[in-house]
Design a protein around this ligand. Structure first.
Ligand SMILES: [Zn+2]
Length: 464
C-alpha cells in the first residue's frame, strides 16, 4: 500500500494551505486555502490541480481563515462532493467567511466587466455564492480530541491550536498490515496567554509533522502589555474629546479588542466611553464567538454574565449602512472599531476620511500592516493619505499596538514543538516566507537535531 503526501499550497509562502494525502484506497485533502497577496500568487487560485477535484474523498479543515478554506468552493465547482470535516466553531465561521469571499469575487468580476480591464470576456468570478453555498452544505462538525475513522485504516483527530475560535491541529493516522504512519498538520499555531483565544494544546506524537513557520525568524515585542498600550493610546484622546478609530480584522481581532476594552472599562482603567463595532461581518463573528463561550480563555465575570458579553456595556453594534452612517453625526469622545484591518477598503475608510484631518482624533493600528496599504503609509508618517481619489492631510495622531498577532512567534512555535518529548521522524515547514521558513529550519536542526525540510510547491513525498 502506498501512502504519499503532496504540498499544493503554502509552500514557501504564507497563503494557499493545501495538502494531499494519497493512498490506493482514499484521497484526503487537508485545508483548501486561497492564495492571497501578489498577483503571481493569486493566479495560482485559477490553475488546474495536479489531482482531479472529483477524485478527492474527504477534506479536513484546520480553521476558518480564508487562506485555509477559501478554495473549497472552487473544488466543489470542479466536481468535489465529499465530506468536509472541521470543528463546530470553525464550521460556523466558515459559513460567514465563504459567503463573504464569494461576494467579493462576484463584485470583482462585475467591476472588471464594467471597466473592461479583464482580458477574459466576460470576466468570471473564481466562484459564485451558489458554489460557496454548495461547499457549506458539505461541512460536517467533529469534536475536539475524538478520533474519527473516515476510511479503512484511516482516522483523524483535532487538537486545539489557539489562533482563532475553533482552530485546530489535525492528526491523520494510517494503520494497515504491519505498517502505519501518523501525520500531524499544525494548522496555524496561536500565541500563549492571549485575551480570548486559548493556548495551543501540547503537540501530539507523530511520525511526520507539517508545521507552519509564519514567524519562524521573529519574536513579538513583549515589553509592554497589550492592555497598557491600548490604555495609553486611548486616554489622551478621551481627554481632548477626540474619536479613536481602530481598523481591525472582523474575525478574531475585533472580538479581542472589545473584550480588552470591556476589561479596561470594568476595572476603571478607562472611562466608560461609547464603543461602536461598525462592521456587519464583525457583528456576526461576535455572535458566533458568543455561541462558543466555553471554547475561550475568559475572565470569570464574562462567563457569569453569560449572554455573549464579549464587549463593554457601552457598546453599540452597527450592521446596516444607515447604522454606520449615523456615526458621522456623533461627537467624541468615543471609540470606533471597523474593518478592514489595514485600511485597504470597507467602512473604516469612510470614518478615516472624516477623522484623519483633525489632531484631536487618534487612529490606532492593531495589527500587521502590509507594505503598500494605507495603514502602513500612516504608520510611516506620510503627511497625506489618498482616499477615493482625494488627498487628505494626516493630522490625527497615529499609534500602533503590538502583540495582538494571532500567530505564535519563533519562541512560541518552539515552545509548541518542544511540548512533547517524542520527536517526529521528519518535519516539513510550510506557511512561511522563505526567510522565515529556512531560518526556523536551521534553528530546529541546530537546537533539536530533528530532520527538517522546506518543501516547494507541488513537492510530493512517499511515506509508505
Ligand atoms: Zn489562520
Amino acid at each position: 500500500m502506498g501512502l504519499s503526501l503532496g504540498f499544493h499550497g503554502a509552500a514557501r509562502t504564507v497563503t494557499g494551505s493545501r495538502y494531499l494525502i494519497d493512498s490506493a484506497d482514499t484521497r484526503t485533502v487537508v485545508d483548501a486555502g486561497l492564495f492571497q497577496g501578489y498577483k503571481k500568487l493569486r493566479k495560482l487560485n485559477w490553475r488546474n490541480l495536479p489531482f482531479e477535484a472529483n477524485s478527492v474523498d474527504q477534506v479536513f479543515l484546520t480553521h476558518a481563515h480564508i487562506d485555509h478554506i477559501g478554495l473549497l468552493p472552487r473544488m466543489v465547482k470542479n466536481g468535489f462532493n465529499g465530506n468536509v470535516f472541521t470543528t463546530r466553531a470553525s464550521m460556523d465561521l466558515a459559513q460567514l467567511l465563504l459567503l463573504d469571499s464569494a461576494r467579493i469575487h462576484e463584485e470583482d468580476a462585475a467591476y472588471a466587466n464594467k471597466k473592461g480591464y479583464s482580458k477574459h470576456k466576460p470576466a468570471l468570478p473564481l466562484y459564485t455564492t451558489e458554489e460557496a453555498e454548495q461547499a457549506i452544505s458539505l461541512l460536517r462538525p467533529i469534536e475536539f480530541k475524538q478520533w474519527l475513522e473516515f476510511s479503512k485504516g484511516f482516522k483523524a483527530r483535532y487538537q486545539p491550536a489557539g489562533h482563532i475560535l475553533g482552530a485546530a491541529s489535525v492528526e491523520v493516522d494510517y494503520r494497515g498490515g504491519n505498517t502505519g504512519c501518523r501525520i500531524l498538520f499544525s494548522g496555524d499555531i496561536g500565541r500563549y496567554d492571549m485575551p480570548l483565544h486559548i493556548d495551543p494544546h501540547p503537540r501530539p506524537d507523530c511520525n511526520i509533522l507539517v508545521c507552519e513557520s509564519t514567524y519562524g525568524n521573529r519574536d513579538h515585542d513583549r515589553s509592554v502589555s497589550i492592555e497598557d498600550q491600548l490604555c495609553q493610546a486611548i486616554k489622551d484622546t478621551i481627554k481632548r474629546k477626540g474619536t479613536i478609530l481602530i481598523p481591525a480584522f472582523a474575525v478574531g481581532r475585533s472580538q479581542q479588542l472589545t473584550l480588552i476594552l470591556r476589561r479596561l472599562m470594568k476595572s476603571g482603567k478607562l472611562p466608560q466611553v461609547p464603543l461602536h463595532l461598525d462592521s456587519p461581518m464583525a457583528v456576526d463573528a461576535t455572535s458566533i464567538y458568543g455561541r462558543h463561550l466555553n471554547e475561550h480563555h475568559l475572565d470569570r465575570d464574562v462567563i457569569e454574565d453569560g449572554r455573549e458579553k464579549l464587549f463593554p456595556d457601552s457598546v453599540t453594534l452597527h450592521k446596516s449602512r444607515d447604522e454606520s452612517m449615523a456615526l458621522n453625526e456623533l461627537q467624541g469622545p468615543r471609540i470606533i472599531i471597523s474593518a478592514s484591518g489595514m485600511l485597504s477598503g470597507g467602512r473604516v475608510i469612510h470614518h478615516l476620511s472624516r477623522l484623519i484631518g483633525k489632531s484631536k482624533n487618534t487612529i490606532i493600528m492593531a495589527g500587521y500592516q502590509a507594505p503598500g496599504t494605507r495603514g502602513r503609509d500612516l504608520l510611516e508618517g506620510r503627511p497625506t493619505i489618498r482616499i477615493h481619489g482625494k488627498e487628505f492631510m494626516a493630522r490625527a495622531e497615529v499609534k500602533s499596538i503590538s502583540g495582538l498577532s494571532a500567530h505564535a512567534d519563533r519562541t512560541e512555535l518552539f515552545r509548541w514543538l518542544k511540548s512533547n518529548d517524542n520527536p517526529p521522524d521528519r518535519v516539513y515547514l510550510t506557511h512561511g516566507e522563505p526567510e522565515a521558513a529556512f531560518a526556523f529550519a536551521d534553528q530546529i536542526k541546530r537546537d533539536l537535531g530533528w530532520k527538517v525540510e522546506v518543501p516547494d510547491l507541488d513537492y510530493k513525498v512517499t511515506l509508505l
